[in-house]
Every structure is written in C-alpha cells, then in structure tokens.
Design a protein around this ligand. Structure first.
Ligand code: FMN
Length: 437
C-alpha cells in the first residue's frame, strides 16, 4: 500500500525523531518505521500506530484502552466464554478490590533528570536477563477465547522473549506449546498438584523434557471458588473435554485409565472419562501442605519453584522456611475467595517480609503499564498478565495478543521515562504517594 502523502510522511518522521537515539537521519527513520520486535524501544509502538493510520489508513485490531478492549472482546466471545473469564467468586467484591487497590497509590513523577529514549526496563530473573519483568499468568482453557488458544499466546510471548507459563488446565499439551513458544525461550509450568504422585511425577518429567524451567505451584485453587456466573450457567469447560489436554496426553494417565483417550479408536465415553479423571485429580478438594513439598523437589531437583496464590506475609515467610525460590502474590483475579484483600493492598507486607530473600511475583488487577509501574515500585520483582491477554486473544488470536502486549509495554516504558527513571532500578516507592480517602 502506498503512503497517501509524502509531505505528511516527512512531517511525521520529524516528529518521531525525538523518540530515537542519535544515528544518521535515514537510520533514525528506519528504526522507527521498522523497529525490532524485541526492542528496547517499546514506546515506538505509539509511533507505529500513528504511522499506520496516517500513511495506510490502518488502525489497531482493538482499543488501547482496557475497558474498550474488554467490551469488544465480549462481543466476539460466547456469553459462557466471556463470563468464564470476566467473572469472579460470589458478589465479585474481590475483583473490584483488585482495581481499587491500584487507586490507593498515585505516581509522583520527577522531572529534569537525564532520561534517554532507550529506557532500560530489562531485569534479571533466575539468572536470565529478560527484556521486561512481565510474565504470562497461567490461564486455563484458552481455546475458549480463540481457536488458536495457548499456541497463539505462547508464540507471542516467545517472540518478545518474555516468560510464558503453561497451565495444567491447558487445551494444548507440553510439546505443542513448546513448539509454538520457540526454542530457547523462557518457559514456565504451572502445576495444579494432583493427589496422585505418579501423575505428578509424570507431568513434571514431561515439563522438564520440553524445556519448562520454572515450576509454579498454584496453592489457592485446590478446590474451585464459588463462581456465580459459571454456576448460573452450569458452565464447567473441563467436563466438555476443553482444558484437559495435559491429562489426555499423559502416559501414566493412560496406564491408570487402561486406555489412551486420544487413540483413533477411543470412544466418546472414554474421552469423557479421561477428561473427568484429569479434572478430579487436579482440582481434588484436598489442600496441598508444606510437608509434602519435598515430593516436588524430588522430581524437579534444584530448578526454581514458586508458590502462586500467596496473600499473607506469614505464608511468604513459611515459603522461605520451606526452601521455595519465590512466591506469586495473587488472589486468582478474585475468582477464589470473595472478600479477599485486594492483591496490591497485600504487597507491602509481603515485600517487608521477604524482599531480597525470595523472588516476589504479582498478579490480580493489572490492566495497564501504569499498573506495572505501581506494582514494581512497591517491590514486586515481576508482574503477570491474565485477563488483558485473553481479551487480546479474542481479537484474531496472535494479532490481538501482540497488540495488547506491545501496548502495555509501550505504556510502561513511556511512564518509566515520564516519571524520571532511566531504568527499572530507579522505579521505587519514592515515586508513589498513598492515597486512601
Ligand atoms: C479464565 C481464567 C483462567 C485461569 N486459569 C488459571 C489456571 O489454570 N491456573 C492458575 O494458576 N491461575 C489461573 N487463573 C488466574 C491467573 O493466573 C491470574 O492469577 C489472574 O488472571 C489474575 O487476575 P487478572 O487477570 O484480573 O489480573 C485464571 C484466570 C482466568 C481469568
């Protein structure tokens, strides 16, 4: 497609030169028009959007505003699928509290500091340099939101070099996600801890064999919260055989069941039984306990283990005592206990208890680059993205995910700079003001 107007193009070039570092004019122009996908200049995504519209009359696949993004995703999804993702437990007061917690903090920017276009938002996590402290939250049954599901999300996180977490409730198996994520990219595995040690061992071994290097053990969802939107529809996708692929592919599950539900001659009844078996063994209604953690270490060895779903500083201290590598502060996006504390409100106490001794991840309520800034300034080492990525996925699969992820990273990088920070190291609590009216 041809640009509409050469003069206009020149005018735009000159406005964006300020956003790139010193090179020859042509190099500057090229770096803005064709930025590397894994780029320190995430903020150049705004230039890309302006160019594409001005020169080619193209607009992004979805809004850059979270509320509008969710609203258009809702129109693209089935009511059951939309409500499965949007809903929380009970009256959904914790879903709301997760957002309100972000409103308790305001940014107090600093000015006249030396900040260059290339702000360093990279971080080192578990001895690996990441381009940004952003991780895909474990989110189940992604084919509910687009047929490309986990293949698309893992592909885009791989492209950007950001960690991707595969879930036990996945609609794509270990090898499938590893292939779409790409060789050498940081892959994590989230375990819903089965009550059967043979199955647990088998899942962990398969994860290791497929290059998943960090184990995330979700400890707040050993039983399902009272999810009113799903209950009112009787909607539980696992019983339909969606989100059970890890179990369906597992060789130990085949032995225990006495059949392979993915075999060409498997009956519909066998498929349903295998789906039920996976669901029951992973969402078992029996809580995991500290004393059994050694069973995971036995298989996972010295590789990193994080506990996801920790909200109390006392539990964070326990995690330290039991030799975990980190905790992920999360209330599962308000899907488990209605009335639980807003996730960001729980962060300062956890930071005070274990910062520097355990890696601290954070999720539940992140909707923007501003939210990244607040959580990281309060002491989180990384933040996880859940619902925003699902709404992106609903918009043409990987195209929508790429747009959402690039938008959030751009907003974050812009905010880091505008707050007076040259790098992530400068992002700290002195740039926040608490505001509880
Ligand atoms: C549709 C959906 C499915 C989820 N599935 C899982 C899962 O299988 N395992 C898990 O540990 N967390 C799961 N979560 C929780 C996310 O990892 C994360 O904690 C949550 O999305 C954070 O809330 P937010 O998206 O509102 O920021 C799920 C969340 C959603 C919305």
């Amino acid at each position: 497609m041809q640009p509409r107007n050469t003069l206009l193009r020149c005018a735009i070039y000159s406005t964006v030169i300020i956003s790139v570092s010193a090179q020859s004019p042509q190099e500057l122009i090229n770096s803005v028009l064709n930025p590397a996908l894994v780029s320190e200049h995430y903020s150049s995504y705004s230039s890309e959007i302006y160019f594409n519209h001005t020169l080619y009359n193209q607009t992004p696949v979805a809004s850059t505003n979270y509320d509008k993004l969710e609203a258009s995703a809702k129109l693209l999804l089935t009511p059951a699928g939309y409500n499965y993702a949007a809903g929380g437990a009970g009256l959904e007061t914790t879903v709301a509290a997760n957002r309100e917690a972000f409103d308790h903090w305001h940014i107090l920017p600093r000015v006249m500091r030396s900040v260059l276009p290339s702000r360093d938002i990279s971080t080192v996590l578990f001895n690996r340099t990441l381009p940004a402290p952003i991780v895909m939250a474990p989110v189940g049954v992604q084919t509910l939101f687009h047929s490309s599901g986990e293949r698309a999300t893992s592909k885009v996180f791989g492209e950007l070099g950001l960690p991707y977490t595969l879930i036990t409730a996945s609609s794509t198996g270990f090898a499938g996600v590893a292939a779409s994520n790409g060789a050498g990219n940081p892959r994590w595995y989230q375990l819903y801890w089965p009550d059967d040690d043979d199955l647990t061992r088998s899942y962990l071994q398969t994860a290791k064999a497929n290059g998943y290097v960090v184990l995330v053990v979700t400890v707040d969802t050993w039983d399902l919260g009272w999810r009113t939107r799903d209950l009112d529809r009787g909607f539980f996708p696992f019983l339909w055989g969606v989100g059970v692929q890890i179990g369906l592919e597992d060789p130990v599950a085949h032995q225990k069941l006495g059949f392979d539900a993915l075999a060409a001659n498997a009956t519909a009844e066998q498929k349903q039984n295998a789906a039920l078996y996976h669901t029951i063994t992973t969402l078992r209604g029996v809580s995991p306990v500290w004393e059994n953690l050694w069973r995971l270490r036995e298989v996972w060895g010295d590789a990193r283990i994080l506990l996801k779903g920790v909200q109390s500083a006392e539990d964070a201290k326990e995690a330290l005592k039991w030799g975990l590598d980190g905790v992920i502060l999360s209330n599962h996006g308000g899907r488990q206990i209605d009335g639980a504390i807003g996730s960001l409100d729980a962060l300062p106490a956890i930071v005070q208890a274990v910062k520097g001794k355990l890696v601290i991840g954070f999720d539940s309520g992140i909707r923007s680059g501003i939210d990244f800034f607040k959580a990281l300034a309060l002491g989180a080492d990384f933040v996880q993205l859940g619902r925003p990525i699902l709404w992106g996925l609903a918009h043409e699969g990987e195209k929508g995910i790429r747009h959402v992820l690039k938008s959030l990273l751009a907003e974050f990088e812009i905010t880091v700079g505008l707050a007076g920070c040259a790098s992530l190291k400068d992002v700290n609590e002195t740039l926040l003001v608490e505001n509880r009216r």
